[in-house]
Design a binder for this molecule. Structure first.
Ligand code: FES
Ligand SMILES: [Fe+2]
Length: 400
């Protein structure tokens, strides 16, 4: 798990006015709430007074949780603004100046694509990876399904790797590939990976043998634009493009015919090493009638369920640090490309040292994901999550 990327926190529609929501991401508790103007905020959830959960239970049901744009701690009523600063401590009198240590981490927020995203890290804005731009979102001729949230019991890296994997369709999804494999001719076609044009990841296009479609306008020739604007010559099969952006975002383009395309985006929220929440955005440029949303949603759920059944049993839970711990084939090239990108993020010093984190978090101390505010002020009560300095340090810890 990595700090310094944009993570989905909650669907916009699930974050109501006046009701904070507690969410666990990268092993740390966060609280999301809307201020009086409806702006979303994401803070570290642990009250720095005596450890209550800002988004947790409230014995005085009916009392407001958000007062004057502040979230009110349910224990002794401390009031924290969206900037993480404590504005009021009732025990010393409302309006009395609060000490500088009475603050919690506050994370930059963007609400886009029907999702509240938070930048979980302390990297300054100038060098921060931006949130993925979805060019077709909101454009005429495109329609987005309601974001589907899948809660799965496996590690997010395993989930991303599965989405990239061009060799599993025939075996896991009977409706996608040829379920009846021709043993004499079947092969995964070779493919190449290249850097994603928005940076921070890679992309590849892959040609699938697909069962014949009922439509007569199946792709016959011509160029399909990849996200970089270059083209590939296509034949009579389905083309799928996939890749990653940061450690936790996976776009997939599925080209059914020249002018019929699904573009799917997985925004993954790593909860801990055993749990992931996937925010699945499905875009399409055909079947634009709203009544098609339901069947598409249902079908996506069925397909995801086929993957989930299999992935809950993958072992080890985390992806191995060395590729030599598995037997990888040319079809696994995209998985290797993803792991190479993770190695780059390791070298930025952004990977959480999970074993150290787990040994102490919630026991004798609470860790928090460092927020940008830690670059400009000191006196933070919670310790920042432990990080590996680089890939070599991660390796050394793995071998120890
Ligand atoms: S623990 Fe939050 S106000 Fe006391
Ligand atoms: Fe799959």
């Amino acid at each position: 798990m990595y700090i310094n990327f944009w993570y989905p926190i909650i669907r916009s529609e699930d974050l109501g006015e006046g009701k904070p929501e507690k969410v666990k991401v990268l092993g740390c508790n966060l609280v999301a709430f809307r201020d009086d103007e409806g702006n979303a905020h994401v803070l570290s959830d642990t009250c720095t007074h005596r450890g209550a959960s800002l988004g947790g239970g409230w014995s005085l049901a009916g009392k407001p949780r958000i007062v004057n744009n502040c979230i009110v701690c349910p224990y002794h009523g401390w009031e924290f603004g969206g900037d993480g600063e404590c504005k009021n401590i009732p025990s010393i009198g409302y309006g009395t100046k609060t000490p500088p240590r009475a603050k919690v981490d506050s994370y930059p927020v963007q609400e886009k694509y029907g999702i509240v995203f938070a930048f979980l890290g302390d990297e300054p804005e100038a060098t921060r990876p931006p949130l993925l731009q979805i060019e077709e979102y909101g454009q005429p001729g495109w329609r987005a399904n309601q974001v589907l949230v899948l809660e799965v019991d496996y590690y997010f890296e395993r989930s991303i790797e599965n989405g990239l994997d061009p060799a599993h369709n025939e075996f896991v999804h009977p409706t996608h590939g040829h379920s009846a494999i021709n043993r004499d001719t079947y092969k995964v076609r070779p493919y190449e990976t290249e850097d994603h044009r928005q940076g921070w990841g890679f992309w590849f296009m892959h040609e699938f043998d697909s069962p014949p479609l009922p439509q007569s306008d199946h792709i016959t020739a011509g160029g399909q634009a990849t996200p970089w604007g270059n083209t590939k010559t296509v034949s009579s099969n389905i083309f799928a493009g996939g890749g990653t952006y940061g450690p936790n975002i996976m776009p997939t383009y599925i080209t059914i015919t020249d002018d019929k395309m699904f573009r799917q985006y997985f925004f993954e929220q790593p909860v801990d090493e055993n749990k992931t929440k996937i925010f699945f955005l499905n875009m399409r440029n055909f079947l634009l009638e709203p009544e098609k949303d339901g069947p598409i949603h249902a079908r996506n759920k069925v397909i995801a369920g086929q993957d989930i059944t299999l992935l809950v049993d993958l072992e080890p839970r985390l992806t191995p640090l060395s590729n030599t711990k598995e037997v990888l084939m040319p079809a696994d090239k995209a998985i290797v490309a993803y792991r190479d990108w993770l190695a780059k993020f390791d070298d930025k010093g952004w990977r959480i040292d999970w074993n150290t984190f787990k040994a102490r978090h919630g026991k004798d101390l609470m860790y928090a994901i460092p927020s940008p505010g830690r670059r400009t002020s000191g006196n933070w009560v919670l310790e920042a999550v432990p990080l590996f300095k680089n890939r070599a340090a991660r390796k050394a810890a793995d071998e120890a």
